[in-house]
Design a binder for this molecule. Sequence first.
Ligand code: AMP
Ligand code: MG
Length: 418
Amino acid sequence: MNMLSVQQMETLILNAVQPFTAVQDSEAVVLADARDRILADVVTSPLDFPHWDNSAMDGYAVRYADVQTCSADQPITLKIVEEIPAGYQPRQTVQAGQAARILTGSVMPAGADTVVMQEDTQRQGDRVTILAAPKPHAFVRQRAAYYRAGNPLLTTGTVLHAAEIAILAAAQCTRVAVYRRPRVAILSTGSELVPVDQPLQPGQIVDSNQYALAALVAQCGAEPIRLGIVPDQPAALKTAIAQAIATADVVLSSGGVSVGDYDYVDAILAELGAQIHCRSVAIKPGKPLTFATFPPSATAHRPTLYFGLPGNPVSALVTFWRFVHPALGKLSGLPQDWGPILVRARTRQAVRSDGKREAYFWGRLQMIDGSYEFELAGGNHSSGNLINLAGTNGLAILPVGQTHLDSGETVSVLRMDS
Ligand code: AMP
Ligand code: MG
């Protein structure tokens, strides 16, 4: 099986993802729990926005015809027939020669078509003198000027952040249909691995990938299902992988996908009936990367995606950001922008690569004076070193064929914080 380019791998993966559908994959949530969820349906409202003509200013509601000629030299005095504070439904109709006191957001009274702001008036008792001619319809927010009842208010696939939640609240949508969260099973393969709370024997290391991947999955809005550690034994692996594909939309395993003597994952996937699409990608770190799909079954409406990520902590992280993150975005029901998000940044350090694979360097992306700068993480850039990942939020990318980047040059950086 050929080694694919990063771009080929991305295309292959995205083509294999069948996104959630409203019929099979939506659930209702109350508005308080809707943050960061994705709408599975169009939302419409029976309300116009604004609900009624209202004032954009504190001032006086008048008939434009009464005041169109007035000025400081030729002021016009009107009789105030009503006070209209917030939440009050006016009862009077403003007739010729009359005005109503009105406050911002209050309902325009019948008969009036224009608001004169307070600064252009002088009040004496129940009379107000208008000192400047307004423009027709000045400071009136017309009913339905922002939204007309029955039109789409929010479209399917909208991510619900604060602004969208405010809109839903204003429209009195107390429950909304959103796509369910993708279920992502995580298992770590390796006979050297121990859980975080067990004493380390010589030769053993802690299964840190389990925690890293669960955090990444949750950050993508998906539900991590931690299946723990599986030793490098074919029978145990087969059982664990079979259980994972039966319970999840996506399976992430780490380790066991190289060409070492104990790397059994690919063989077991084949035995379990997976279609293996790719076993290696021209990416550094992360070359041994298996992508497979299991066909739909009695429990799964769509192909189950299997990512056999490399075991090295940095390789697992890089391949997650580059390939799993966009796949989860498409699966989740996002209509576009599945990522990754790349920005251009000036690198502060020189970087070297052999140019044979697309090379990823971790570091810190910062906005300085309006442009991005990239500070390469200090310390060792081995894919086995996770210590200098701390505080990083970006991966600078050197394409195939590019062997060096000098400090001060511009580079594409994948944002790991979005
Ligand atoms: P493998 O891909 O299985 O050959 O693993 C490559 C390297 O990553 C080895 O040094 C492993 O010990 C390490 N590794 C594998 N799985 C994990 C894990 N879950 N957590 C931390 N390190 C791991
Ligand atoms: Mg291993």
